[in-house]
Each structure stands twice: as structure tokens, then as C-alpha cells.
Ligand binder design. Structure first.
Ligand code: SF4
Ligand code: SF4
Length: 340
């Protein structure tokens, strides 16, 4: 969350932004305008990749400032997604019947699919032994909301985050978040907003690593080189790298060290597709080229939206795209490695 008191106007956030070409003076002037509550060029050009959260050396969170102001000034991102953000707002104001709950063992955690449809995850995910006996939930009342910042709806987390946490609390179970941003809401945003989270929760990666650790004897090492495509929210949670690295080690996958790794990772191009499709397509091409140049045999995805947005281009390039749950299922013999 933006913290004005931490900003020393160094300009690093926007000098390092790969999607604009500002020198230090320009970067500082842009940030200053935003701090004063005024419009700035960056609002039209930011594709909400979240990288400046990591570029900022003081933890001021300039990305949050930019997202807030994109909503305030109705920037192109806001306009592009307005119909969707309106529909989410309506859901929370008027209620929604978009809800699916598959009851499981009361002693086991619930697995949250956020507001995604089950069909947005790989076929057979629900039947995997990894999730056996878990209560499965999805629907608008479980929407993480954090991702709305990529659609000009940054304020929705503050407005409705408490309701989402309450909906999970009503389940009376521990929660495993299959989507990164649900975890971010519980683990980071709720704290920042003073919302108590009265249940135990776990990130998907923590859960998968634990499951694999407990079932070592069933794992057949994949011995594959895999490029990692993070989603934007990963930048808020550097610990995910540790969890993912453990998963890779357990299943015998090598995380390909490539140019677009870590802080230098490229956005999938999802939000950019709506405001600058040429940029989005060139980012995807560059990202896939980089993975192939580093001899990746597949690209692993952790977000259904990144998965959908990049699938066409990875397919064209002949680079298999695998959701992280399926990568684990491959090591357990539940699904085969994709045919080349
Ligand atoms: S979120 Fe990404 S695109 Fe937007 S200003 Fe920050 S680094 Fe640039
Ligand atoms: S938000 Fe951070 S990186 Fe940007 S000008 Fe302020 S201190 Fe520097």
C-alpha cells in the first residue's frame, strides 16, 4: 500500500520501468504529480506489471499509488475494464448466485478457486489425489479483489475485502488458495487494511510442497527444464520463490535461469492487450524467445489468466505451457508430459 512517508523522490521506480523511457528528472516529476493528487503521463502508459513495487528501495509501493490514480483519473486501463469492474461491484452490492461449493471432509482444508470457473484450470484438477477430500469453493463472494488493481479497480479491495475474508471465515476451515491473489488478500492486504483473518490459510505452493514432501515415494522425477512465468502478484511475496524452488527440486524439474527471471520477469501481457496490443504481443514474443533460448522444455504458469493470455503464442512457438498443479501431477503419474 502506498506510503508517502517512505518516498524520497529518488525516481528509481519509473526510471527502471521497462515500459516507459523516463530519465530521473521526468520520473521524479511524474511521481510528484501523483503525490499531489494530479494526473500524470504514467497513468496512461503503466500496464500494471507491479515491477516498480520491487524497484522502490524504500518500500513506498509506487505501484499502488499508480493503480489508485489510474482509477481516479479513468485511465485507459480503467476504461477498458469498466464493464467488468462494474459487474464485480454490483455483485458485492446486490449479491450474486455465482457460487459453487463441493463439500469435503470437515477435517481437511478448503481449496479456494477464487471467482474463477473450474474450467479455467486444467482438466482433472479437482480429481487430483493432491486435493482429495478437500472442500472446493469458487464464486464471486470468494473473489480475491487484489487483481482488480490491474483493471482500474484498485479501490475494490478496500471496499469489499472484509466481506471476502468473512465469507472464507464462514466456511470454518483452513483455506488453501489456488490462486496467488487470494493469498495476497489474506496475508498482506487484510493486514494493511486492519482486517482480522480468523482462519489459517496457505498458499498453493506451500500446500503442494508439503504434499509432495509427504509423498516422496510416489514421485517420479521429471528431469525437465522448465521456465517460470510468474504473475504480477508474485512481486508482493518474494517467499514464493523458496516454495516454488522446493517444488521443482522435489519433482526433479530444473528452473531455467533466464533473462526474464525474478525482478526482471516479464508480465504475461494481459492488461497490456487491452491498452497497447502491439506492446503485449512483443512482450509475449520476447518472453517465449527467452525461454526457448535458455532451452526450456516447457513454461509453467501459476495464474489462469496468464495461462489463457499466453497459450496461443506458446502453442505457436511449440513451447508446452503447463499449469503448476499439472506439473506436480505429472511427477505423480496422473497426467503425461505434453506431446511435442
Ligand atoms: S507497474 Fe510496471 S508498467 Fe506500471 S509504472 Fe510500475 S513498472 Fe511501469
Ligand atoms: S516511490 Fe520509491 S522508487 Fe519511486 S521515487 Fe519514491 S522512493 Fe523512489
Amino acid at each position: 500500500m502506498w506510503d508517502l512517508s517512505k518516498c524520497n523522490l529518488c525516481g528509481d521506480c519509473l526510471v527502471k520501468c521497462r515500459y516507459v523511457d523516463y530519465d530521473k528528472e521526468r520520473a521524479v516529476s511524474e511521481i510528484r504529480l501523483l503525490m499531489e493528487g494530479r494526473a500524470a503521463d504514467i497513468l496512461d502508459r503503466c500496464i500494471t506489471c507491479n515491477a516498480c513495487f520491487q524497484y522502490c528501495p524504500t518500500g513506498a509501493d509506487p505501484a499502488d499509488l499508480i493503480y489508485t490514480m489510474q482509477e481516479k483519473f479513468k485511465s485507459p486501463i480503467y476504461v477498458s475494464f469498466k464493464a467488468f469492474t462494474d459487474s464485480v461491484t454490483k455483485t458485492f452490492e446486490k449479491g450474486s448466485r455465482d457460487l459453487e461449493v463441493i463439500e469435503g471432509d470437515p477435517e481437511r482444508p478448503a481449496l479456494s478457486f477464487d471467482s474463477f470457473n473450474f474450467s479455467q484450470f486444467p482438466e482433472g484438477t479437482l480429481e487430483s489425489r493432491m486435493f482429495k477430500g478437500m472442500t472446493i469453493v469458487r464464486g464471486r463472494k470468494y473473489a480475491s479483489l487484489v487483481g482488480m488493481a490491474h483493471m482500474g479497480g484498485a479501490s475494490l479491495t478496500e471496499k469489499y475485502g472484509r466481506r471476502v475474508i468473512d465469507a472464507f471465515a464462514e466456511l470454518g476451515r483452513d483455506i488453501v488458495y489456488i490462486h496467488n491473489e487470494g493469498y495476497i488478500l489474506a496475508h498482506l492486504r487484510a493486514r494493511e487494511l486492519g482486517i482480522e483473518v480468523p482462519y489459517r490459510y496457505m498458499h498453493l505452493f506451500e500446500y503442494l510442497a508439503g504434499y509432495l514432501r509427504d509423498n516422496l515415494k510416489d514421485i517420479k522425477k521429471l528431469n525437465r527444464r522448465v521456465a517460470y512465468q510468474p504473475n504480477c502478484a508474485v512481486r508482493w511475496l518474494p517467499r514464493q520463490d523458496e516454495w516454488l524452488d522446493e517444488i521443482f527440486e522435489l519433482i526433479g524439474a530444473e528452473r531455467v535461469p533466464r533473462e526474464y527471471e525474478g525482478v526482471d520477469a516479464l508480465c504475461c501481457g494481459g492488461p497490456a492487450l487491452f491498452v497497447n496490443s502491439e506492446l503485449a504481443m512483443s512482450m509475449q514474443a520476447e518472453n517465449i524467445r527467452d525461454a526457448l533460448d535458455h532451452r526450456a522444455e516447457a513454461m509453467v504458469m501459476i495464474c489462469p489468466l496468464c495461462d489463457m493470455v499466453m497459450r496461443g503464442e506458446t502453442q505457436k512457438a511449440g513451447l508446452p505451457q503447463i499449469f503448476v498443479t499439472d506439473l506436480c501431477r505429472m511427477s505423480l503419474g496422473e497426467v503425461p508430459w505434453p506431446a511435442s
